[in-house]
Each structure stands twice: as C-alpha cells, then as structure tokens.
Ligand binder design. Sequence first.
Ligand code: FES
Length: 163
Amino acid sequence: MQLSVNGERRDLGGDPRTTLLDFLRHSCGLTGTKKGCDHGQCGACTVLVNGIRINSCLTLAVMHEGDEVTTIEGLGTPADLHPLQAAFVAHDGYQCGYCTPGQICSAKGMIDEATRGWASFVSEDLSATPRLTREEIAERMSGNLCRCGAYPNIVDAILEVVE
Ligand code: FES
C-alpha cells in the first residue's frame, strides 16, 4: 500500500490506526504540518489530498492508498516560495507561526475550490481567477484558527493572491 506525499511514493506500513497527521510527521518527517487540537477543531493540521483541503488529524493514513497528499513542504521552498507563502511574509500573516502551514494549505485549497466553482458557474475556463471578497475569504478560512489573532493580515495576504 502506497500513497504519494509531495510527489514521493511512501509506504503505508505500520499501525493502521495511525492518523494521516501522525504519518506525515513521524513516518515522513514532514513536521511542517502541525498538531493543535487533534480533534478537527483548529485547522493546524490542514493538508491537501488530491487537491482538497482536509484536517489530517481526522483521517487514517491507510484510507489514502493511491492518493496525492501535499503538505506545506510541497508548496514551495525557502528559495522559491509559493505565492501564498510570499504573500504571508509580505503581509505579516502570522505571529507565532504555529497555524501558518495549515492556514496556507487551507488558503491554497480554498482558492482552488473557488476557481473550480467560479469556472463552472461562469465558463469552462478552469484558469478563471476567483473573485473573493474579504468577507468570503474570512468565511471560507473560518476552519483555521489563529490564537495570535493575525486574521486581518492573513486575509490581506490571501487577497493579494486572488486579486
Ligand atoms: Fe487537526 Fe486541530 S490538529 S484540526
């Protein structure tokens, strides 16, 4: 049994009760994905599975055989930041930074969701840019908590990417 993590094949061995979050952190060594509540409440563990954002603490790794998982490490590198990562830096979209990987993965998934939704509503052009308002972004990102309260800057960063 295998899945792909950031483009690399990984074996799904070990305890079948292992969550995807613990698999990523402990079996893959990808500690960018954070454990906050471990109960689906905070969004710190958000990753993309086949392009859809999910809370990795709420699903078992063995349920993802054949899936493509993308973590924050798969979005960009320090030398080549993803546009969302660069925007979070430019807008100070964090304070302690603990929630930031989940925020950015969630924002990536949200933009892709909005792009697909907007495209299917307006045209078949899947490259159509979503036109999200500040309020829509705040609502769509409400599953990702920031205990530092950096929400205005997080929304500013996402707005820069979608505008
Ligand atoms: Fe998964 Fe909080 S650690 S939602």
